[in-house]
Write a protein that binds this ligand. Sequence first.
Ligand SMILES: *Cc1c(COP(=O)(O)O)cnc(C)c1O
Length: 361
Amino acid sequence: MGIEKLIRKELLSFGGYSAAASPEVLEGKIEVAAKDMIKIDANENPYGCSPRVNKALAKYPQFNIYPDDGQEKLRGLIAGYAGADIKHIVCGNGSNQLIDLLIRLLVNPGDEVINCTPTFGIYSFSTKLCNGVLVDVPRDDDFNIKIGKVKAAITPKTKLIFVTNPNNPTGNLTPEKDIVELLETGVPVVLDEAYYEFSRQTVMPLTGKYENLIVLRTFSKWAGLAGLRVGYGIFPEAIADFILRIKIPYNVNVAAQVAVAESLKDKDYLLASVQKLVDERQRLNAQLQKISWLTVYPSQSNFIFCRVRNVDAQDLHKQLQMKGILVRYFDQPRIKDCIRFSVGKPEHTDALIKTLRAIGG
Ligand SMILES: *Cc1c(COP(=O)(O)O)cnc(C)c1O
């Protein structure tokens, strides 16, 4: 007998999450050294974190002591930043962990989760891990959510509706009136605002009105802290309470907690980096538009999604990778011919455009 006989049957076909390949893994396999790779595949901040974070971590005296499990100071700081009461806030090891905890809290085997595809992969990942039933409601050709279709998909077993706003990987926003229509159904709606600082659109003001609204945010993108893993959610009070109870103790480490405190002291610096990226998004968009074999989708985020014609998108991804330009390819229905480019520094845009021209004309 193999030990795999003990593995839950329904997980035997579980494919896992296909994360972007790290530069250190690619080193030696492609033409460019890790330090020279242009990493525009995971929507990370090319300007890095606040220099205050590096300084504070270098002299932090107590890495031997566990963090505060209740995250009181951290949650208090975030309450100030997000404009919510601390009792609604819980922090996670990345907002991914909060997605996972929320699904684990609400979804019994057989319960349904509505997913507006194509979208971020973690909702489906954690739903499957919990033996939930994923109900995919495809977006329209411009990747807008079909609200009527979502409402029609709701059953007594529906526990959650996920709305990524702006959507990843497509970059577009869902209008607030559509979100309100979903909230009016009474089903818990998760607004994943991972890119809020880039889009400046939020449903935070609605949290006071709708008990079924959950907002998720992260420090990974705007604050350049993807490597330290810290995100937060604004939950109805009862849900926040239970998420705090079911989370693994000390889920947000000391370094991440220090980093958030320093980032919030340096908000102006970080928001200036965000502005640089928003400006560069516009320039990248204009440059990509000039490439005849790309269809460029408008984005309110820190990445741009493109449909690729006349070159195979997967092959384009490989060719760019060989030249040290890492971009995101999705082997998923409806977007097998698409590529997502994170917005980088101006020199990254220039190198990308030059290489795209060299490959496809
Ligand atoms: C990047 C991203 C997150 C953030 O994940 P972290 O775990 O906080 O790094 C969440 N949702 C979406 C849609 C994202 O693109």
